[in-house]
Write a protein that binds this ligand. Structure first.
Ligand code: SF4
Ligand code: SF4
Length: 82
């Protein structure tokens, strides 16, 4: 049987999507209430464990800003990634 050379979905983990980033999220732990909303909404799943302060894996964060938009406490701000 021939093996199909089709890439699997979710292969972003194999490509460092952080290279695409223009903006980066900054979490203010003083404002964060550990609600987990940002972690649930992050399309890359790179914000650490729900119930803990968000820890962004910048190798894979693509800077989409969804986390900042969804945070009910406005604890995440986006800044230019230099
Ligand atoms: S900017 Fe986008 S990819 Fe990066 S941590 Fe926030 S939601 Fe996830
Ligand atoms: S959405 Fe905001 S308040 Fe909730 S865990 Fe994320 S940074 Fe903290």
């Amino acid at each position: 049987m021939m093996k199909a050379a089709i890439s699997k979905p979710g292969t972003a983990k194999n490509n460092k999507t952080g290279d695409w980033r223009t903006f980066r999220p900054n979490v203010d732990n003083q404002k964060c209430i550990k609600c987990g909303t940002c972690q649930r909404f992050c399309p890359e799943g790179v914000m650490g464990k729900i119930g803990e302060y968000p820890e962004v894996d910048f190798d894979y964060c693509k800077g989409c800003g969804i986390c900042a938009n969804e945070c009910p406490k406005k604890a995440i701000t986006m800044s230019e990634d230099k």
